[in-house]
Every structure is written in structure tokens, then in C-alpha cells.
Design a protein around this ligand. Structure first.
Ligand SMILES: [Cu+2]
Length: 305
């Protein structure tokens, strides 16, 4: 973790926060001081006969005007800061962010994809957020930005990192039992280093054309959040040695034994709820897959021994 201000949004939020906090602390100090001062100054032994004071117009105008001006400046800084945070600058680099239970994936304009967000330093990045299932919330604490990812709509969020480094990305909306799995990173790279990675990735996509290959799809589509490949139990059955086994499944509420052949694997990816392995919850989301992607995934699963 890098400390201090690491993004444009962080600078804005921090300035507004400090401004409001400073005024609050100054007022607290003034009021506390006057309170103690008056208690001592007007104690009973010193002034046994309280005086009745009539209004003081000058004083009333002053103590109305000063707080009004202070509050209006807080509003001004808050509003201008908010509007900067809501208005992405022209020419910002666009990255699609897809949330699902329980992972993030990032898609660039040249087709590059990944489960870590890589961006260049000192360049504005515009994120287009969507979700494939429930509401998630994209959160980068270091940059002081957060925005919901909602199914069926596209939310926008922009930031400009000002310091290279790696920062945590979290989901800030409780989205199910593996909510905490939605931890990933944003890597802020020096411009040159980013460009090299970006171009290499773009080239890879052109060569591979349709899919990134089974192992990468397995990560990108979030399969690994619930299915291990090493035999350890997660929310879904492990995929180690799953090919050509007899398993008991629940199909339309009835138990039956099936062979996990290629047909079964394909069906389980496309219609996850159709034949659920007994003892596991039916929670796998339906995702669209290209024919080529299904083939790659099934080939990958078949060789997990
Ligand atoms: Cu989430």
C-alpha cells in the first residue's frame, strides 16, 4: 500500500473533508471556550443578581451571517468537488467492469481482458460498470471512489491515479456468502510499461480471435470463486477429476444418477440449475457463452485430474 494522496479523486475528497473538519473543530473549540469562560465569569459568588439583557441587533446579524457564509463555502466546495467526480474528462480511457458473484472482470477497448485492473499513471480512466447477477459495489479505498454495479444498467465512474503502485479493489455491497472473494487489485503502471502490456494483450486477442483459452476463461468468468481445481471443497463441487464420474444430481426436484460426460458438462455451464449435484446449492448464475468458449472450458475441465 502506498500512503498519501494517490489519485485526483482522493485529492478532491480529502480537501473537502479537511475543510469541513477544520471548521467544525474551530467552532467546537470556540463554543467550548466560551462555555467555560461564561461559567467562571458569571458564577453566582461574583454576580449574585443576574441581569436581564435585551436584544442586540448587531450581534445577531454577525452570528447569523458568519455561520451562513461558512456553511455556503462548505456547500460550494462539496458541490464543485462532487461535480468533478461525476464528470469524466474528455478522452478518458474506457474500461468495462463486469461484476458477478463473486469476481470482477475488466475489458479494454482493444479486447484485452483480465481480473486485475491495469491502468497507466496520470491518465484519466472511465469505468463502465455492470453486473451479471445482483447489485455489487466497485470500491477503491485508496482513491476514495465507490459506485454500484447494477444488473441491466451501466454506471460510470472515473479516476486519475497520480502514483504508481497496487491498490485494493473491493466489493462494498454484501452480495452473498463469498462476498469477500471479490477482492482484487488495481495496478497503476508507468505509462511506458502500461503501453507495452496493453499492446501485447491486444495482439494476443487478435491472434486468439474468439477466446482466451480454458484456464483464463475459468478465471475471467468467475468459475474459480466456487469451483476448486485441486479437490478442496468450495461452494460448488470441485472440478478435479470430475470428468466421467457417476454423480447423484437433483433434476426437477428428483434425485437421479448421471454420468458426467461432455454433454453433462456443457449443460451444466449453459443451464446451471438443470442438474445440480446433490448437496450443493443452486446458485450458479446463467451467463452467455460463445460456442468456442464452451469448448475451451469443457476441454479444460476434462483434463483436471
Ligand atoms: Cu459483490
Amino acid at each position: 500500500m502506498v500512503s498519501g494522496i494517490t489519485s485526483e479523486s482522493g485529492r478532491i475528497v480529502e480537501h473537502v473533508f479537511l475543510y469541513v473538519a477544520a471548521i467544525s473543530v474551530a467552532l467546537l473549540a470556540l463554543i467550548t471556550f466560551l462555555m467555560i469562560y461564561f461559567v467562571i465569569r458569571y458564577r453566582r459568588s461574583r454576580s449574585p443578581h443576574p441581569q436581564d439583557i435585551q436584544g442586540n441587533t448587531g450581534l445577531e446579524i454577525v452570528w447569523t451571517l458568519i455561520p451562513t457564509v461558512l456553511v455556503m463555502t462548505m456547500f460550494y466546495y462539496g458541490l464543485t468537488g462532487f461535480s468533478t467526480l461525476r464528470t469524466p474528462p474528455e478522452g478518458a480511457m474506457k474500461v468495462k467492469v463486469i461484476a458477478r458473484m463473486w469476481s470482477w472482470s475488466f475489458e479494454y477497448e482493444n479486447g484485452a481482458k483480465g481480473d486485475i485492473l491495469r491502468v497507466p499513471v496520470d491518465k484519466a480512466v472511465l469505468l463502465l460498470l455492470t453486473s451479471q447477477d445482483v447489485i455489487h459495489s466497485f470500491y477503491i479505498p485508496a482513491f476514495k471512489i465507490k459506485q454500484d454495479a447494477v444488473p441491466g444498467m451501466e454506471n460510470r465512474l472515473w479516476f486519475k491515479p497520480t502514483q504508481a503502485g497496487a491498490y485494493d479493489v473491493l466489493c462494498a455491497e454484501y452480495c452473498g456468502v463469498q462476498h469477500s472473494y471479490m477482492l482484487t487489485k488495481v495496478e497503476v503502471l508507468p505509462e511506458e510499461e502500461f503501453r507495452k502490456w496493453y499492446e501485447a494483450k491486444g495482439q494476443e486477442v487478435k491472434v486468439a480471435k474468439v477466446t482466451a483459452g480454458g484456464p483464463q476463461l475459468f478465471v475471467e468468468r468467475g468459475c474459480k470463486a466456487c469451483h476448486s481445481v485441486d479437490g478442496s471443497p468450495l461452494l460448488g463441487p470441485t472440478l478435479k477429476g470430475i470428468f466421467r464420474k457417476n454423480v447423484v444430481v437433483i433434476s426437477s426436484g428428483k434425485e437421479q444418477t448421471v454420468v458426467t460426460d461432455e454433454t453433462y458438462l456443457r449443460k451444466s455451464i449453459l443451464e446451471p440449475g438443470a442438474e445440480i449435484v446433490k448437496g450443493y446449492p443452486s446458485i450458479m448464475p446463467v451467463q452467455p457463452f460463445a460456442e468456442e468458449e464452451i469448448n475451451e472450458l469443457v476441454d479444460y475441465i476434462k483434463q483436471l485430474k
